[in-house]
Design a protein around this ligand. Structure first.
Ligand SMILES: [Zn+2]
Length: 372
């Protein structure tokens, strides 16, 4: 596993720049279709149903690979810099599919930079790098039917957030390189090594958090007790009548006078389901779905320590930020500050997991833009 694809987005036209030499080739047969010394203001559009055009110049192929000829330079799409090559495809429906093609390790540098603050201690960043690599390798090995066509991974929160090369801070890059190839294993196999900002004191398992029926023992909930310094250790929110009506409506429930009643609590006091009632009916929804509908930035977790309906408002106090499964990032930070190594941190949050190497050293041959 050296180079994998990452979907960027489908779009009717694409703005591209690169401040160095590049070439465009047919992905099917490698035929060079065009080149340039630089591209200051490039617009790529579909032409007919089987070709593309870059600033009016026809590129006669359904799918084109755009490559930098200088490994130090990279294409910028909108605001995002994508190291490696870009594959652009005429979808035949008036839009372009864009896939960034880059070495997995390079991808991880951007992921770690986007997912954990660069100010976190080195060993916490290394633990994050190993968790993110494990998550990505698991996804590569278990591509679902829902995966985007022509791509292995998604660049959104559905997979891991990827914000391009600019997110790859020097400390994120160092953490990825120091842990190159290392993944977590459960009974010899990579697993979806979930992580989140702040657990609130106890982590939970994917059964409670997501309703997953089967999950490896390495993802069971553990005592954290280290994230009390997190700014997200405790939170509160107030959802007004209009907010609650919008949430109810998103579950197909019309009416007003919304009342929300938490129904069940799981171990560690995280909610599993709650009931939403209006003057027209009621629904039972999972706490996860409720949180996503109400806004995960406002309802920061499903660990509610107090809730009340006050004059039509739902008032909640809770603990932690995120789903609470796997690595607690603020807990990892505190442990690293207290002298724990990445391996000790991972041992705490993925109990029983072992470390393995997904691919051999060395890194030298793996230049940006290398082809599989
Ligand atoms: Zn924690």
């Amino acid at each position: 596993v050296r180079v994998r694809l990452l979907r960027v987005s489908p779009t009717p036209r694409l703005h591209l720049t690169i401040d160095g030499p590049y070439e465009a080739s047919d992905t099917e047969d490698g035929r060079v279709l065009g080149w340039g010394r630089r591209l200051d203001d490039g617009w790529l559009v579909p032409e007919g149903s089987a070709a593309l055009a870059l600033n009016g110049a026809r590129l006669n192929a359904v799918e084109v690979r755009l490559c930098s000829r200088d490994p130090a330079k990279a294409f910028r799409v909108g605001e995002t810099v994508y190291p490696g090559a870009l594959r652009v495809r005429n979808t035949g429906a008036g839009s372009i599919d864009v896939v960034s093609e880059l070495p997995l390790e390079t991808y991880l540098e951007g992921v770690v930079g986007a997912e954990m603050p660069a100010s976190f201690p080195e060993e916490a960043l290394r633990a994050q790098a190993i968790a993110a690599r494990t998550y990505a390798v698991y996804d590569l090995l278990h591509r679902s039917a829902a995966a985007p066509p022509g791509a292995d991974l998604d660049d959104s929160v559905r997979s891991q957030v990827y914000l391009g090369r600019d997110a790859a801070t020097p400390r994120a890059v160092a953490a990825v390189r120091a842990t190159r190839g290392l993944v977590l294993l459960s009974e010899g196999r990579p697993f979806r090594a979930y992580f989140h900002s702040t657990c609130g004191g106890e982590t939970t398992d994917p059964g409670i958090a997501f309703g997953e029926v089967r999950f490896p023992p390495t993802l069971r909930g553990v005592h954290c007790g280290a994230c009390g310094e997190s700014p997200h250790a405790r939170w509160s929110c107030r959802l007004g009548p209009a907010d609650l009506e919008a949430v109810a409506k998103s579950f197909g429930l019309a009416g007003s006078g919304v009342r929300v009643t938490p129904e069940t609590t799981a171990s560690g006091a995280r909610l599993r389901t709650l009931r939403i009632a209006t003057d027209r009916g009621e629904r039972r929804v999972t706490a996860l779905d409720f949180r996503l509908a109400a806004g995960p930035e406002r309802v920061r977790s499903t660990w509610w320590t107090r809730y009340a309906m006050e004059d039509g408002n739902l008032v909640v106090e809770g603990r932690g930020w995120g789903h609470g499964v796997g690595l607690c990032q603020y807990g990892a930070r505190a442990r690293a500050q207290a002298g724990a190594t990445a391996s000790e941190i991972l041992d705490r949050y993925y109990p029983g997991a072992t470390l393995g190497c997904a691919w051999p050293e060395p890194a030298d041959a793996e230049a940006a833009g290398a082809r599989p």
